[in-house]
Structure formats: C-alpha cells, structure tokens
Design a protein around this ligand. Sequence first.
Ligand code: ZN
Length: 234
Amino acid sequence: MSTEELLDASFKKGMKYIVSAGIDLKSNTYSLNSSKKNQMILCGMGIHPETASEKPNIQEDIDFIKENSNFIKAMSEIGLDGTKPNMNSQEKVFKEMIELALKLDVPMIIHTRKVESKVLEILEEYLKTNNLRKIILHCFSGKKALIQRAIQNKFYLSIPANLKRSEHFKMIVGMCPERQLLTETDSPFLSPIPNEPNYPWNVIETVEEIAKIKSLIVDECKNLLYLNFSRIFL
Ligand SMILES: [Zn+2]
C-alpha cells in the first residue's frame, strides 16, 4: 500500500494525525519527506538503540537530524535495548538525543526493551534539572513497580495495537491515569491479529478496548486520548 493510499484510508476511518517514528537515516528521511507532503503526518526522527548498537557510522544519521531539526515534531525512537550489544554507544547516543530533544522542546518516544529500569534511571537523572513534560514510554514491558515509577514521574504510556490479547498492556491501562495514556501501532509489529500487517487505524480498536477497561463511553475515550495527544504534539 502506498503512503497516499494508507493516508486516504486512515482519514476515511476518522483519524486526524499519524506520528511517523523514524529510527535511522532512511526512515528519518521518509518521515521528513512525507510530513512535508501531508499535514496528517507529524515528523518523528531519531536514532533507535538498535541503530546505535549496530550501525558502524551513525554520525551521518545524527547530522541529518540536526540539519533538519526545524521540522521535528517528535524525537522518535530513542532509548536502550537490552537485547542488543554495545550498551555504551547506545547510552551515549540516547543521551545526545535527549539533550537535542530538550533543546528543541519536542516530545521523546522512548524504547526500553529489557532495560526498563536503567532507562528510567537515566530519565530520572535528567528530571532533576529539567522539566520532562513530554516523555512517552512506548510498549513498556517493565513490571508493576516500574510502571508505577513511570506514572509517578508523569511520563506517558503508549499502548500498542495488540492490547486486546495482552494481559500486560491491559494491566498498564488499568494502572495508568487517563491523562497519561496514548496509543500507537508499533507497526510492523504488534498487530491485533497475529501475523497480519499492522495499520494506523488499528489504534481505533485499542481506543475501544481502553474505553472498556476504564469504563468510559468510546467517544469520551477518543476525545480524552486526542486531548492527551494534542497536549504533547500540537
Ligand atoms: Zn521500540
């Protein structure tokens, strides 16, 4: 499906915005170009910990972000990944991206796989001297105590499209105050139907599921999540 077809279908299903979450030079270029062409797309750029861990020369990725920083609406996916090697370079890039996001005053979409507690520690260090109003922990898999810590820090928790078949994410929705919830696809991963592609409009089902857990009317829940989104991104 082309970007245009995807946007058209998303628009028809009632969606207003899509944050395109870049993770390396190639996807950051895509985010930038598609956001310039379509108002519905917000440009997310970042260096994913996997990119920081595996790509031999990431300086050009970093330079591209800095050169185009005027267009950035989110510092997307940055963080640490415990399943990948080179934790030192992951951490170095993560901190460089946090500092850039603080300077630009844009939200940060944070990846925390298998090192949730370490990522929280780093963010809490920044919290001592900065007002981190726009931290989004995406697909957070930390245990209960860590979820609690994230909530206390006023971080947002972004719930992926597989909510209805994940007890863990149901627990997060149950624990998290309404004003700290967001939705995402994590496409191409975490589709509501296993082994199927994950499309932007799958978040509609997530919103319905959140409404159920929070005992809200679906429209009320939609408005609430849109308000959260607007507070951060618009
Ligand atoms: Zn991620």
